[in-house]
Ligand binder design. Structure first.
Ligand SMILES: [Zn+2]
Length: 95
């Protein structure tokens, strides 16, 4: 089993209608890389925060899919501010 089919299974559990995108696989691998090296840094966080917030607004499953980002937001006040700012912007544009 390769990493993509593994992720597809996970995806099917949460979102059976959606097809897994290669982009998601790549991001997952990037996250794995960052775990191996160290905890997520603020710059890595910024690279993923848009997606995280978008996911949170659209399907409310960001914490499940990207737990590392959530973890970072919880312990880093700067990124938490950024997250909250982005979240309120996105929630307003959604309306
Ligand atoms: Zn941070």
């Amino acid at each position: 089993m390769n990493i993509k089919s593994l992720l597809q299974r996970i995806q099917n559990t949460f979102n059976p209608q959606e097809e897994l995108q290669d982009e998601v696989v790549v991001k997952f691998l990037q996250v794995l890389e960052s775990i191996r090296e160290e905890e997520m840094s603020c710059s890595e966080m910024y690279a993923h925060i848009d997606e995280f917030v978008e996911r949170e607004v659209n399907s409310n499953d960001a914490k499940k899919i990207m737990p590392l980002i959530q973890e970072h937001i919880d312990m880093c006040p700067d990124c938490c501010d950024e997250y909250e700012a982005l979240l309120s912007v996105l929630e307003h544009t959604k309306e």
